[in-house]
Unconditional design. Structure first.
Length: 131
């Protein structure tokens, strides 16, 4: 297993996510925990967190969980359900493998705030390209 620092170094090239503030907190086999500290750039015109911020965080956590050891898994399908608005200052996403098949995988990614309030649920089906 690669060290957390090696994984962070590899994913530092994922510039959209990292320049948006995404940070890898933990990474393990078929698992990742990532977060974003919210700032003014993450807000929409009425002060809520932009939906794209939630998706960016989930997509990044999925990428880390599926590609930290063996790169080559891409998103095939994604579903996001917004459950409540964020009142906190930090988003936390845990990517958990539900099914890992030969060519596809399925991940569940709850997104909470720093208080543990469930805000969004994301599901991504991945395709293993073999590259």
């Amino acid at each position: 297993m690669k060290s957390l620092e090696e994984i962070r170094e590899f994913f530092s090239r994922d510039r959209y996510a990292t320049e948006s503030g995404a940070v890898i907190e933990e990474a393990g086999e078929k698992y990742a925990k990532c977060s974003i500290e919210l700032g003014p750039m993450h807000r929409n015109a009425v002060g809520g967190v932009m939906g794209a911020v939630y998706y960016t965080l989930a997509d990044f956590a999925f990428a880390v969980a599926t590609n930290a050891e063996v790169p080559g898994t891409v998103s095939l399908d994604a579903n996001i359900t917004f459950l409540r608005s964020c009142k906190g200052t930090k988003l936390i996403c845990e990517a958990k493998c539900i099914r890992d098949g030969k060519t596809t995988c399925y991940y569940e990614m709850p997104i909470t705030d720093e208080n543990g309030t469930l805000l969004t649920m994301v599901h991504i089906t991945g395709y293993k390209t073999g590259k």
